[in-house]
Design a protein around this ligand. Structure first.
Ligand code: GLA
Length: 372
C-alpha cells in the first residue's frame, strides 16, 4: 500500500481516553464532514485505546465493548465509510494495550483478519506490555499479518521513538512511526517535541512519515491531556505550523463537534496544508534551535516554505539569509513572499528576510523565487 502524503484525520485519545462510544464516533464523523475537514484532507477517523472488552472470546478473537459499541465495530465502520471517511482502530505489540485491554502479541493474524472484516483502513499499533521479542520484529509480525489480511490497512507504528525506530520503521512496512513520547496540551511539550526530531526528519518521507504525535490545537486545557488553560492561540499556530513544516501526520485531537472559529481556520489553513501535503515530502532544513530558529522546506512548483519559530517568552528577531539557500547577492535572485496566516502578499525580498516574532509564536511564508 502506497501512502505518499502525511496521513490526516482525527483520533479519539487526546480528548476522550476511554470515554468513547458509538454515538461519539458517529457524531464525530458527521462533524468532520459538516466542518469541511474531510474536504481539506482529514480523512481518517481513528478510535484509539479502550474500545474492546477486557477479554477475548472463546476463539481468541477481539470483541468490541458491548456497552460502548452495542452494534459492534462493523456498524460504526460502515457509518464512517458512508460519510466518505476512512476508519481506524488501535492495538498493541504487547500482551495488553497501554490501558489494559487485550494486546495483539501472539494473535496478530486473527486480529488482522478481524480488522479487515470490520473494514478498518488504518491501524495504530502501540507498544505497551511488550514481550522480550526484539521490538523491530514485534512490529514486523503485525506488518506481515496486515499485508496478508486481504485489505489495504495503513500501518501506524507507535513505539514513542524507542529502539532507534527511525532506522527500521520504513523497512518493516510502517507508513508512519511515532518518534516521541505523548504530547500534552502545554507549550513546553510542543517545544520539546518540535526540537527533538530536527536531526531525524531526513528519515521521513513518502510511505513512512515521522509522526511527532497527535495535535492539541483547540484543546484549551480540556480533555484527557489538557492541563490548566492549555495553550494560547499563538502557541497552537506554532504547533500546527511546525507539524506542517515537518511533514508530520496531522491527526486532530480536539472535539470536532465544538470547534472554535480560530481553531477551524488554523486546521483548514490552505497554505499550511499545502506545505504539509506537498508531493515531494522533502524534510525541512533548520538553523538555530533553542532560542529561535528558522526552517525552510523545498516545495514542488518551484516554491519554498520559510518558517520563523520563537520558542522563548520574549519577542525575538529572526533573520533568514538567502545564503542559507546557497545563494549569493551576485545571483540577483529575489523572493516574493506570501504570509501563510493572512494570505497577504508582501512583495519582493533581496538577500534576506528579517522578522520579529512574538513570544511562543511563529511566522511563516511561501516564497517564490524571481531571477532578475
Ligand atoms: C500510549 C500512546 C498514546 C495513546 C495511549 C493509549 O500512551 O502513545 O498515543 O494511544 O497509549 O493508551
Amino acid at each position: 500500500m502506497i501512502v505518499n502524503k502525511p496521513p490526516m484525520g482525527w483520533n479519539s485519545w487526546n480528548t476522550f481516553t476511554d470515554k468513547i462510544d458509538e454515538k461519539l464516533i458517529m457524531e464525530t464523523a458527521d462533524a468532520m464532514v459538516e466542518n469541511g475537514l474531510l474536504e481539506v484532507g482529514y480523512e481518517y477517523l481513528v478510535i484509539d485505546d479502550c474500545w474492546s472488552e477486557k477479554e477475548r472470546d472463546k476463539n481468541g478473537m477481539l470483541v468490541a465493548d458491548k456497552q460502548k459499541f452495542p452494534h459492534g465495530m462493523k456498524y460504526v465502520a460502515d457509518y464512517v465509510h458512508s460519510k466518505g471517511l476512512k476508519f481506524g482502530m488501535y492495538s498493541c505489540t504487547g500482551t495488553l494495550t497501554c490501558a489494559g485491554y487485550p494486546g495483539s502479541f501472539g494473535h496478530e493474524f486473527e486480529d488482522a483478519k478481524y480488522f479487515a472484516e470490520v473494514g478498518v483502513d488504518f491501524l495504530k499499533y502501540d507498544n505497551c506490555y511488550a514481550t522480550t521479542m526484539e521490538n523491530r520484529l514485534a512490529y514486523l509480525r503485525m506488518s506481515v499479518a496486515l499485508r496478508s489480511c486481504g485489505r489495504d490497512i495503513l500501518f501506524s507504528a507507535c513505539n514513542w521513538g524507542t529502539n532507534d525506530v527511525h532506522n527500521w520503521a520504513r523497512s518493516v512496512g510502517a507508513h508512519m512511526y511515532r518518534s516521541t513520547g505523548d504530547i500534552t496540551d502545554t507549550f513546553e511539550s510542543i517545544k520539546y517535541i518540535s526540537t527533538s526530531q530536527m536531526d531525524k526528519f531526513v528519515y521521513s518521507g513518502n510511505n513512512c512519515f515521522n509522526d511527532i504525535d497527535m495535535l492539541v490545537t483547540g484543546l484549551k486545557g480540556q480533555g484527557n491531556i489538557g492541563f490548566g488553560q492549555g495553550c494560547t492561540d499563538e502557541n497552537y499556530k506554532y504547533h500546527f505550523a511546525f507539524w506542517c513544516m515537518a511533514s508530520s501526520p496531522l491527526m486532530i485531537g480536539c472535539d470536532v463537534r465544538s470547534l472554535s472559529e480560530e481553531n477551524k481556520a488554523l486546521l483548514k489553513n490552505p497554505f499550511l496544508i499545502r506545505i504539509n501535503q506537498d508531493e515531494e515530502a522533502r524534510p525541512p532544513m533548520f538553523s538555530g534551535k533553542e532560542y529561535e530558529f528558522s526552517a525552510i522546506k523545498l516545495l514542488s512548483d518551484n516554491e519554498y516554505a520559510i518558517g520563523f519559530f520563537n520558542p522563548v517568552d520574549k519577542p525575538r528577531t529572526i533573520t533568514f539569509n538567502f545564503y542559507q539557500l546557497g545563494l549569493m547577492p551576485s545571483d540577483n535572485c529575489t523572493f516574493k513572499l506570501t504570509d501563510v496566516f493572512t494570505g497577504e502578499e508582501l512583495g519582493s525580498f533581496n538577500d534576506y528576510v528579517k522578522v520579529t516574532v512574538a513570544a511562543g509564536d511563529v511566522k511563516m511564508f511561501i516564497a517564490k523565487p524571481e531571477k532578475k
